[in-house]
Design a protein. Structure first.
Length: 391
């Protein structure tokens, strides 16, 4: 099941927080990290032909720094900015390999995560010689927790949902004098979430560069998945500044069980709407109930549509990407990574969506850009879905 609504609050207004100029500076920071290289942008021409569009371009983030997900882009830039501020130097002077020698003792960074953000923070803290304490919501993947611990961080799985786990991490930071590195904001806590969302612009900057250099194409449609909306906001802010909001159509998609962005975008006034409860979805990285107020304005102003989908839609996306038509490349995409391809596939193959597809302008001239934000971060569940047909 899927639901798509037009954004009635669209203005096309750019955000001063997410610009091509700041993206250039941030990418220069990422460039000096050992092991940095752009992740692949793959084309799926045979699938595009089958779905009746010109091109499908997928940014495969399973190759990011060997961490199987994109989140490290935000975490590393936030930690680099924090250390630069702490040491009173320009971020250009932050060398991950030597920064710890400038401190009397390591700093302790803490965060709440569904998995990938915590992995990114733990990795960045380790690379910079600092410490990390990571909290995860109840029923989190033990595989993800062990991956975080393997990066040298302390990892605690709580008995509360994601948003309450964020509040717990904040409480512990205040009590223990740690530094909270969270990818959502609230009143009085905006600077670090802005840095994190800005860090994700590197992914979008790479994608446009590759689209032109490799395929001589620019996107006409972009589908972005959202949890709290940090990645979606950072990527859309950059794309809007680079391309102009009126030059492409954007769909923001979420799990039906945690559709806070969808509910905010379809509310009467366009105000933030929080979703409470279990937030139960296989898309753990997107199972967030409270939109990031830092990035919500760019989603409200510049996205064209809001969508929510059931778990079976992303499961379909995982299977299609993992078992491509002969001649198309394979993309190993996890539950939170394949939601955008799942939505596109359902829009183009389910005859009941014909009118919606026409409204979206998905046709033989469409170049659709997708971000597969994670690989098989939970290998057992990936096999259950792709091999055994779960969901």
């Amino acid at each position: 099941m899927l639901t798509v609504f037009k954004n009635n609050f669209y203005t096309g207004q750019k955000s001063p927080l997410f610009t091509t100029e700041s993206a250039k500076k941030i990418r220069e920071f990422h460039l000096q990290i050992d092991g940095y290289k752009p992740t692949p942008l793959v084309s799926l021409p045979l699938l595009a032909e089958k779905l009746g569009v010109k091109s499908i371009l997928v940014k495969d983030e399973s190759h990011r720094f060997g961490l199987n997900a994109f989140k490290v882009l935000g975490g590393s830039y936030a930690l680099g900015s924090l250390l630069a501020e702490y040491l009173k130097v320009d971020i250009k002077e932050i060398d991950l390999q030597t920064v710890s020698t400038k401190l009397e003792k390591p700093l302790v960074f803490t965060t709440a995560t569904a998995g990938n953000h915590g992995t990114g923070v733990a990795w960045a803290a380790r690379e910079m010689g600092q410490k990390a304490v990571v909290y995860m919501p109840k029923e989190s993947s033990l595989v993800s927790a062990e991956r975080i611990r393997g990066l040298g961080a302390e990892c605690i799985i709580t008995d509360i949902n994601y948003d309450d786990t964020v509040r717990l991490a904040n409480k512990m930071a205040e009590e223990k004098g740690w530094i909270l590195v969270q990818d959502t904001a609230w009143d009085g806590y905006e600077k670090i979430p802005i840095w994190i969302a800005q860090g994700y612009m590197t992914m979008a900057d790479e994608a446009l560069e590759q689209a032109v250099a490799m395929y001589e194409e620019m996107p006409t449609h972009v589908i972005l998945q959202a949890g709290v909306g940090s990645m979606a906001g950072g990527a859309l802010g950059y794309l809007t500044d680079k391309l102009g909001a009126d030059n492409f159509e954007t769909i923001i998609v979420e799990p039906s069980a945690a559709d806070c962005i969808f509910r905010s975008g379809t509310s009467v006034q366009g105000d933030i709407v929080n979703v409470t409860g279990e937030l139960s979805s296989i898309m753990a990285g997107l199972a967030c109930g409270e939109p990031n107020p830092v990035t919500w304005p760019i989603l409200k102003d510049c996205s064209n549509y809001f969508a929510q989908v059931d778990d079976n839609v992303t499961a379909t996306g995982m299977r299609v990407l993992g078992n491509p038509l002969l001649g198309d490349p394979q993309v190993i995409s996890g539950e939170s990574g394949a939601i955008s391809l799942g939505l596109l596939y359902k829009l183009c193959t389910d005859t009941s969506n014909h009118n919606l597809r026409e409204e979206l302008g998905l046709n033989q001239d469409s170049v659709v850009l997708l971000f597969s934000t994670e690989g098989d971060t939970n290998p057992g569940r990936y096999r259950d879905i792709v091999w055994n047909g779960n969901y």
